[in-house]
Design a protein around this ligand. Structure first.
Ligand SMILES: *Cc1c(COP(=O)(O)O)cnc(C)c1O
Length: 470
């Protein structure tokens, strides 16, 4: 039976439901399985040609530890992935002799985060209904994560969601994806301030213990184990389609918080033969520097063409670090404390050797991103979004044996980033049919000042938990 432990070692052993609802471990660490389940070569070979929902069920069930019955879980997967507009859910498209694009953007908000969040919303509802509980999800977004979280939580019986975004500072597509959802439990809140103000408001709401507890505040951020779990699936599905386990495959992943590529690492730990995991970063290259020097060192964030990867610290990296340091939670805690206080840490030689055996990393600037988009458009008639282009460029720089196919994870639809794409190709990328009327839909939002009390009053007024007090 699977159980979960914290990378900081002081949260005991927890089951899947608690890990799902808590997100972050109580000791400040991240939850990981106490040991990884594995798939046999026969199971791997059997994935080829299976419907996505069947493969997803088979791969994820071992992580549930019996918390949800197999057929119930299969029904949740069928509902989550039934909302994707491609029959294959995450189809593979060939770009050239050895590069394959794994399109992860056929979900409701056209970004790969839907793959995990669509399932997460249903899992929350399922577990909360069983416990007769409700939660209030609050989050801040600079654009992308907010809409994926809203689509995940809309119409969920046990969930109300409030997403704070900076008024006038998101793209029109991003804003409309958040404000045109007609569901009663969805609240798009434009804050008169910056993204940092929104984040500070959310942090302050979580820090206000009575408010947090009264409203059962919850987050759907990228450190939730269930999100990683859902992302493991497409590594197996893509590799099986390309001949795994007979043939090794490499993956190139446009990386920000290290969640998506860490899921690939877990697939490897579960038995998938992976030649290499290629990290693609933009100019915010903290990870690329780490895989070159063994030192993780914070710098300031610069804006790029691939905004969802503009990060200073990759929060999921701690999960890999835990394994690199032989699962010694005391050493992980010391290392993360040092990182917190000094902005840097270095891993010992054995850990670095282990890291570079599995990973290689490449930083791709905006110019190279544009060139890669132009190239794919000219040579293959294929339109890449800027994030996916970082993955393609990193794959080409990795210098792997040309016989090894490389699967590049395409994390966003090009129509999400029309300015950059149109500037390079001269062709405006069209929104897919299910979103073609986005600009005709009615918007629903509230604009609030950058003031904690006002925002809390609004949340209290509309959340369905927390009516007892005040
Ligand atoms: C979130 C995101 C990423 C980065 O994924 P991580 O799991 O944070 O590494 C890459 N591309 C797009 C489009 C994203 O939205």
């Amino acid at each position: 039976m699977i159980s979960y432990i914290s990378t900081r070692g002081r949260s005991g052993e927890q089951g899947f439901e608690d890990v799902l609802l808590k997100g972050l471990a109580p000791d400040g660490g991240l939850f990981v399985p106490a040991s990884f389940p594995s798939l046999s070569d026969g199971q791997l070979a059997g994935l080829s040609g299976k419907p996505y929902v069947d493969a997803a069920t088979e791969i994820m069930v071992p992580f549930l530890g019996g918390a949800i019955g197999d057929s119930e879980f299969r029904a949740l997967c069928a509902e989550a992935y039934g909302r994707f507009t491609h029959q294959a859910v995450t189809p593979l498209v060939q770009l050239d002799e050895r590069l394959w694009i794994l399109e992860l953007f056929h979900g409701p908000t056209l970004a790969f985060k839907d793959v995990a969040l669509q399932l997460l919303g249903l899992l929350f509802d399922h577990v909360l209904a069983k416990r007769a509980q409700r939660i209030t999800v609050v989050g801040a977004t600079s654009g992308d994560t907010g809409s994926a979280a809203i689509e995940a939580c809309r119409d969920r019986e046990a969930v109300d969601i409030f997403i704070l975004y900076p008024a006038g500072r998101t793209s029109d597509v991003q804003r409309r994806q958040m404000t045109t959802v007609p569901s009663e439990n969805v609240h798009a809140v434009a804050i008169e301030g910056t993204f940092d103000d929104c984040q500070a408001l959310v942090k302050a709401m979580f820090a206000d213990a009575p408010f947090r507890d009264d409203h059962a505040l919850a987050a759907v951020n990228s450190i939730n184990w269930a999100r990683i779990m859902a992302q493991i699936v497409y590594y197996f599905v893509a590799a099986a389609a390309l001949g795994s386990p007979r043939r090794k495959v490499a993956f190139a992943v446009p990386t920000g918080n290290f969640g998506d590529i860490y899921a690939g690492y877990v697939a490897g730990r579960m038995g998938l033969p992976i030649e290499k995991l290629i990290v693609g970063t933009n100019r915010n290259d903290i990870l690329t520097r780490f895989f070159a020097t063994a030192e993780m060192r914070k710098t300031t964030v610069v804006p790029t063409h691939s905004p969802s990867m503009d990060i200073q610290v990759s929060s999921n990296f701690e999960r890999l670090l835990f394994d690199l340091l032989d699962r010694d939670a005391a050493v992980v805690t010391r290392t993360m404390d040092a990182f917190q206080s000094s902005g840097a840490f270095t891993v010992p030689p054995a850990a670095f050797t282990a890291a570079t055996a599995s990973f290689t990393a490449h930083a791709v600037d905006d110019r190279a991103t544009e060139e890669t988009i132009r190239d794919a458009f000219r040579a293959a008639g294929y339109t890449l979004d800027p994030h996916s282009a970082v993955g393609v460029a990193a794959a080409r720089r990795a210098g792997l044996d040309p016989k090894i196919p490389i699967v590049v994870l395409a994390t966003a639809h090009p129509a999400k980033f029309p300015e950059v794409v149109t500037g390079v190709t001269g062709v405006h990328p069209a929104l897919p049919p299910h979103m073609a009327d986005l600009f005709e839909r009615a918007e629903r939002l509230v604009t609030l000042p950058n003031d904690l009390k006002t925002v809390q009053r609004y949340v209290h007024q509309w959340a369905r938990v927390g009516k007892a007090r005040n």
